[in-house]
Design a protein around this ligand. Structure first.
Ligand code: C5P
Length: 408
């Protein structure tokens, strides 16, 4: 693990309460973290808490003689190898975008050449306001990486885009981009990797649908890891609440049929297809164009039809990419997975035991058994990002072996 010097800027917003957890997770990655609080942030999280978790004094005043005598603002700006601002409020975003130096954090950003990641968090109306969108575009154009915001219920009671990304998701995005490639990690330069992720939604009527518990986290972690290892990655995602991985082409779809069409269009040009999506096996035969009324009804029958098995169709192409499936099983995981490997003509299958609550659906950790025709690999419990690095290493090895055999 490589220690890096991170400056964490925290600005005023209710999501600031998640910042100590972010510090803890950054430190777990080996990072040295110095915290700068905006004036507004102090209303939501105390300097004492952040000092305790970071192990360093917390800075917040621009004109502070004690701070300037110890590690002045220019020195701190030079020290930082990466700057992450989480949460970033609409106000501080505007100040950053327009180059203000009206507090310590904005001054440090101007004085530093370190790459900047920003994690906006605000009310959804404020996020959608053209002024905020223009400001975020300015930051992006200047090279800042924007993480999130996520969609969901907000502290103000509204629902929409504006939630701060979870600390673990932030760390997953910061570290892969920042760490130099480790020796044991696969080199995926030159490979085109297609990944499907998330659930699909099968419409019943304009307001109702059938779906499943997949969060998309595994597929997104794989996409981020593959891009970091040098691959050209296309990610086809069902409806999820996740920020796009950096450097990845993302195509959003809704239903199994839409995912099928998107995957088939891209599969021709892919070297490797990793099917991490939890595709609905059945769709409503004829979704209704008007909302179904319950008045007087004692029951409802839906006629379901099987959706295309996308992975099996890709594996059956005349020149299929190297195909990797996922099997989410609740009993006898390996036996069922082996059967799928054979029936769908896959090169590898990664098995998830979804009967366990601690791994799999909607959590940040996982544990996998990976089966090929002749080999079994075990990837012990870890974050989905670390699991992805291991899985990609296995994929790379098996992909190379298959090509050697083909060319011999
Ligand atoms: O047969 P089962 O659904 O368990 O197989 C799981 C694997 O097949 C996963 O990799 C999943 O992405 C893929 N799949 C698919 N299209 C479907 C159903 C599953 O690509 N309609």
């Amino acid at each position: 693990m490589i220690a890096t010097k991170w400056l964490l800027g925290i600005t005023g917003g209710i999501a600031a309460y998640k910042a100590p957890e972010l510090v803890r997770l950054l430190k777990k990655q080996g990072a040295d973290v110095r915290v700068v609080l905006s004036q507004g942030a102090k209303a939501f999280v105390t300097p004492m808490t952040l000092q305790a978790v970071s192990g360093h004094p917390v800075y917040s005043e621009l004109l502070d003689p004690d701070f300037e005598a110890a590690m002045g603002h220019i020195e701190l700006a030079r020290w930082a190898e990466g700057i992450v601002i989480a949460p970033l409020s609409a106000n501080r975003l505007a100040a950053l975008a327009h180059g203000h130096a009206d507090d310590l954090l904005t001054t440090l950003c101007l004085a530093s050449t370190a790459p900047i990641w920003v994690v906006p968090a605000m009310n959804q109306q404020m996020w959608h306001h053209p002024a905020t969108q223009a400001n975020i575009t300015i930051l992006k154009d200047r090279g800042a990486v924007v993480i999130g915001p996520g969609w969901g219920e907000q502290a103000c009671g509204e629902i929409g885009l504006g939630r701060m990304s979870e600390p673990q998701d932030i760390v997953n995005q910061l570290f892969p981009m920042y760490q130099p490639m480790k020796e044991q990690e696969a080199n995926l330069q030159g490979l085109r990797i297609l990944i499907s992720a998330g659930p699909t939604r099968e419409a019943i009527d304009p307001v109702r649908y059938i779906s499943n518990r997949s969060s998309g986290k595994m597929g997104f972690a794989l996409a981020q890891a593959a891009a970091t290892l040098g691959a050209q990655v296309s990610l086809i995602s069902g409806p999820v609440n996740l920020a796009s991985p950096h450097g990845v082409e993302r195509i959003d779809v809704m239903s199994a049929n839409e995912m099928y069409n998107a995957v088939m269009t891209k599969a021709q040009d892919a070297d490797i297809f990793i099917s991490a999506a939890a595709v609905a096996d059945f769709a409503v035969e004829k979704a209704l164009s008007q909302k179904i009324k319950k008045a007087g009804a004692t029951g409802l029958q839906l006629n379901l039809v099987a959706t295309p098995d996308i992975l099996a169709k890709v594996a059956a192409l005349p020149k299929p990419p190297f195909c990797v499936g996922f099997a989410a099983e609740t009993e006898q995981p390996e036996q069922y997975a082996k059967k799928k490997l054979q029936e769908k003509h896959l090169d590898l299958i990664a098995v998830n035991d979804v009967s366990r609550e601690d791994i799999g659906f909607d959590v940040n950790v996982n544990e996998l058994t990976v089966l090929s025709q002749h080999k079994t690999f075990h990837i012990p419990k870890n974050t989905k990002y670390q699991i992805s690095l291991k899985l990609l290493q296995i994929i790379r090895e098996c992909y190379d072996t298959k090509n050697k055999i083909k060319n011999s």
